[in-house]
Design a protein around this ligand. Sequence first.
Ligand code: UDP
Length: 275
Amino acid sequence: MRPEDATGRMTEMLGATGWKLRRVLILGLPVHDVTLAEAVQLILAWSREASDLQQVITLNPEMVMAARRDPAFRAVVERAALVTPDGIGLILAAHWRGTPLRGRVTGVDLVEALARTEVRLFFLGAAPGVAERAAAVLARSAGATIVGTWAGSPRPEDAPETLARIAAARPDVLCVAYGAPAQDCWIARHRTELTAAGVRVALGVGGTFDYLAGIVPRPPRIVRHLGLEWLYRLLRQPWRWRRQLVLPHFALLALADGLANRLAGREHDEPEAIP
Ligand code: UDP
């Protein structure tokens, strides 16, 4: 199945992976209007055909606020091959601007969907043993091909051993759980070594392994459907409140940005070719 068959929103352009995808700007940061099915198709195509590493970022409002403060992280987001909307805040912000997104694509959804394909996965990050447990769960429940797991750390002195382990396993897709923005900056910093190790796609997946291994309970479907994960996380992991303090600020900025965009009549962001 080609992605444009599913939705009619993607148009195949030059080359096998030269798809066109609509991109919107949320507080100046690029986010692609992509569905889970399309993102998986794109990652599978890249894992077969890309000549170098393609970085995927699952962007949430906390990360948007982090990128506004940190130019290095902003540059990583701007250079990523695919930025998916993760978090109800991005869906609302896009709606307020008059450039709606079709839905959310989270790290855990992507990993679960990729686990059901033939792609060779490597799970990097989380506390020791957690990635291994997450891999065992997905191998059993989804028949995933997970060619390696390693906790490692985002510290520069740990990179050589981590990269050697990845190079030995030769995965197509690397999932990195060091929390944002550390995981996304780690991928960008090691782009050349990862390409040499045969990795074609790398994505930051946040707390995904903790969910899959059952360390942190995943919000019930109804909570996810209502877009209340932030509240669920706040109640279950109250130590996160300090990180979530940025969310009301994000909402205010996004409302003002949406209003300004509509007043200026710039509702339609330009489509962007990928890659
Ligand atoms: N993590 C890690 N090393 C670090 C910092 C975080 O392995 O130096 C892991 C942590 O164990 C967790 C994951 O990163 O599994 C994501 O953490 P968090 O839930 O804070 O990320 P978010 O989903 O909010 O991006």
